[in-house]
Design a binder for this molecule. Structure first.
Ligand code: E4P
Length: 217
């Protein structure tokens, strides 16, 4: 499973990229606001930190303006994936862009039928939001399960990019289901490394090692 970082914080991306765990980045208008930076400037810097896809989102609601915004965003770098909302105009834009060879991430997906539409529109990625689904009393992981089944039934190549991940259990369940990508906030990626028994084990080994009085090398 590929790991994307869900942030526009370039220091965080650079730090996590150094672990070798980062396969791409996703951003959205709220994350750009949080960064406090210009969208073009910060997205360009992010594209230089990873060879993988970097999602940059359009904000227009109509197809024509979405295409104009996509034109600006895709010029930033070769690894840009244009993010469009799951609406009629968003999917029209998805079809036009993918026909043209541009990667497209269809975002704000909350049903398996919506995911089916995105696959039919040729989306490179579909982003079902599991955390927001859970927050509203639905089962986010059931959504991922349904999309996996439907995409496999018809051999759709659209990659399932699990979004709105809140904790490591979402990541574990995504991997069990066979999602293609998980996009996570930096703290969730860091959380995957941690286990209390790993820390305890290191502590014990170091204590015993010190008692031997030896050095390696
Ligand atoms: C994904 O591409 C979205 O940017 C993101 O995962 C949304 O997460 P949130 O629900 O925590 O805002």
């Amino acid at each position: 499973m590929k790991f994307f970082v869900d942030t526009a914080d370039t220091a965080e991306i650079a730090d996590l990229a150094a672990t070798g765990m980062v396969d791409g980045v996703t951003t959205n208008p709220s994350l750009i606001k949080k960064s406090g930076r210009d969208i073009i400037e910060v997205t360009k810097e992010i594209c230089g930190l990873t060879d993988g896809p970097v999602s940059a989102e359009v904000v227009a609601l109509d197809h024509e303006t979405m295409m104009k915004e996509a034109e600006v965003l895709r010029k930033i770098a070769d690894n840009i994936a244009i993010k469009v909302p799951l609406t009629v105009d968003g999917l029209k834009t998805c079809k036009a862009l993918t026909n043209d060879g541009t990667m497209v991430n269809v975002t704000l997906c909350f049903s398996a039928n919506q995911a089916l539409l995105a696959a039919k529109a040729g989306a490179t990625f579909i982003s079902p939001f599991v955390g927001r689904h859970d927050d509203n009393g639905f089962d986010g992981m059931k959504l991922i399960d349904d999309i996996r089944l439907i995409y496999d039934n018809y051999a759709y190549e659209t990659e399932i990019l699990v979004a709105s991940i809140r904790h490591p259990v979402h990541v574990l369940e995504s991997a069990r289901i066979g999602a293609d990508v998980a996009t996570m906030p930096p703290n969730v990626i860091r959380g995957l490394f941690k286990h209390v028994l790993t820390d305890k084990g290191i502590e014990g080994f170091l204590k015993d090692w010190e008692a031997t009085g030896q050095n390696i090398g």
